[in-house]
Design a protein around this ligand. Sequence first.
Ligand code: PLP
Length: 232
Amino acid sequence: MTDARRAELAENLTEVRERIGRACVAAGRDPGSVSLVAITKTYPAGDVDLLASLGVTDVGENKDQEAAAKAAAVTASLRWHFVGQLQRNKAKSVVTYADVVESVDSLRLATALESAAGRLRERPLDVLIQVSIDGDPARGGAVATDIPALASYVAAAGHLRLGGVMAVAPQGWEPERAFDALAGMASRLRADHPDATVVSAGMSNDLEAAVAHGATHVRIGTSLLGMRNTLR
Ligand SMILES: *Cc1c(COP(=O)(O)O)cnc(C)c1O
C-alpha cells in the first residue's frame, strides 16, 4: 500500500515539476526560480513523509488543528507553511510548528503572531501578506489600501520577517488577469521593502498563469495528492 502510494506520489510529483519547468521555459524564467509547496490538507502524515522522501521540502496546511497534529506526527524535517484563514486565538499554536504564515491579512492577526512568536519561538516567523486581488475582503486578503501599513508593521516587528505576498485568484477571474494584478501589487510592495520578494500564487489549475506572471512559489494540492473528499 505504501509502495503503491509512493509510486503514485512520485509520478504526480514528476508531472507537477514538469509543468513548472515548462511554464518557466515559456516565460523565459529559470526553472529553479519557482519553489513547490505541497498542500497536504486532508491527507495523512504518512503522505507527507512519502513526499519528503521524494524530495519535497515545503508543505502547506490550512487548518490549525489538523496542521498541528500532522506536524507532530511527521518525522521528516520540512518547512511548514500555514495558508488558511487564521483566528487570532490560534496564533500561539501556529507559531510553534509553522515556518511561514502565508495568510496574514490584518494588523490584528499580525500583532497576535508577533506577540506569540516573541514568547514561543527562537527564530523569527516568516510572514507573507495575503492580498485580495479583487478588493473584496470577504474571502480573506488585505485590500490594496491596507497593504502598506500592514507591511510596515510586519517589517518592523522584532519576531516576524516580511517575505512577500500570497494570493488566490478570485472566482470568476481569468487567472492571467488575476496574477497580472498581483504582480503589480507585489512590485509596489517591493518598492518599499526590497527584500520582500516572495510571490506565492498558483494552484493545481492555474500554476502556469502564475509562473508566467512572476510567482516564486506555487501551492499544489490536488495535482500532487489527488482530489480531496469535499464531504469532509
Ligand atoms: C487548498 C489550497 C491550495 C491547493 O489547491 P489545489 O487546487 O488543490 O492545488 C493552495 N492554496 C490554498 C490557500 C489552499 O487552501
